[in-house]
Design a protein around this ligand. Structure first.
Ligand code: NAD
Length: 311
């Protein structure tokens, strides 16, 4: 397939690596010419991880082109993965530039984290050809893609998107309703709010809260979601049994959950407890991705051995 990747920052370059490793032809656009080197470096650097996960590692650069004009990127493309900055005006401007050059059947998948589909559609004439296809960073590794189309979406656009991402080894989920932040980020947001709240209340340091998540529920969450996990905790009575057993405790914890305002007090606490100079960010990203690959390899091996996956 011919794919145009518009916006080649954190998300765009990662999509490029994945699409190429899955055998597609990719033309990437970014107004910043310096991004060209960044993407090609990223594609080369991602090869070994993607090879371990079963993707191709030959001919990637040969099937890749970088352009500095969005019209050149979309001509002949069947699919446009849009990853421009998270500003509605920027995305609308980009849509107005590319729309006259799109093939009649071309679809736009927006990676937006927080802009609604209805807001995006307002920037196009043919509003039935755009959907949200929100990845999780880094998209070349994390399987989740959140899809959303509405009543204006053309028939089969969502089904084709689902088939496309599944063909890449992704795990697409579909929202039935428009909601800011989609599914996973909203859940992360609630977890993070409580983490900040606990630290503000002096219950534990941010560092210990991170350790509690990464060495506790975080390990289990990469295997099953909370509903499935809790259903395993009440014998054969499943999730209903878990609610009977621990529902009242959860109700009590929910009642005392905190609301956090992003204000100077919050920022001061974060600055005080979370000194960025103490950390080597690039080493931590490498460490994160190396472990992610090992987890994904383990999941693929279990699946190939016929072991149960998510429900
Ligand atoms: N970073 C994340 O964790 C994450 C996760 C999922 C989805 N997203 C979404 O992906 C999109 C891109 O986010 P990002 O984190 O990659 O941002 P980024 O700032 O890393 O990259 C944006 C890129 O767009 C380029 N750009 C600027 N103007 C442009 C234009 N008019 N047309 C096309 N490209 C333009 C910039 O030069 C930059 O390279 C956003 O909609 C964001 O919500 C981000």
């Amino acid at each position: 397939m011919n794919i145009a990747v518009l916006g080649s920052g954190t998300i765009g370059k990662s999509w490029c690596a994945l699409f190429l490793a899955a055998g597609h032809h990719v033309v990437a656009y970014d107004p910043d010419s310096a991004k060209k080197e960044g993407i090609t470096d990223f594609i080369q650097a991602s090869k070994s991880a993607l090879r371990r996960l079963g993707y191709q590692s030959a001919g990637l650069i040969e099937r890749f082109r970088f352009v500095q004009n969005p019209m050149d990127a979309v001509q002949g493309a069947e699919l446009i993965q849009e990853n421009a900055p998270e500003r509605l005006g920027v995305k609308h401007q980009l849509f107005s530039e590319i729309e006259p050059y799109l093939d009649s059947q071309a679809v736009i998948h927006s990676s937006t984290s927080g802009i609604t589909l209805e807001e995006l559609q307002a920037g196009l004439s043919d509003i039935g050809r755009i959907i949200i296809a929100h990845p999780f960073n880094p998209p070349h590794l994390i399987p989740l893609v959140e899809l959303f189309g509405n009543q204006e979406t053309k028939p089969r656009v969502i089904e084709s998107a689902r088939e496309f991402y599944e063909s890449l080894g992704k795990v697409p989920v579909e929202l039935q309703k428009s909601v800011p932040g989609h599914i996973a980020n909203r859940i992360q947001a609630v977890v993070w709010q409580e983490a900040l709240h606990l630290a503000q209340e002096g219950v534990a340091s941010l560092s210990d809260i991170d350790k509690a998540i990464a060495n506790g529920p975080g390990l289990r969450w990469s295997i099953y979601g909370p509903n499935q996990l809790f259903s395993l905790a009440a014998g054969d009575r499943g999730l209903e049994g878990f609610i009977e057993h621990l529902g009242p405790s959860f109700q009590r914890w929910w009642s005392s959950a905190g609301r956090v305002e992003i204000n100077s007090k919050t920022v001061d606490m974060v600055r005080e407890q979370f000194k960025k100079d103490d950390k080597d960010i690039s080493d931590m990203k490498i460490y994160r991705d190396q472990i992610l690959v090992k987890i994904l390899e383990a999941k693929i091996a279990m699946r190939d051995n016929g072991k149960p996956e998510e429900e």
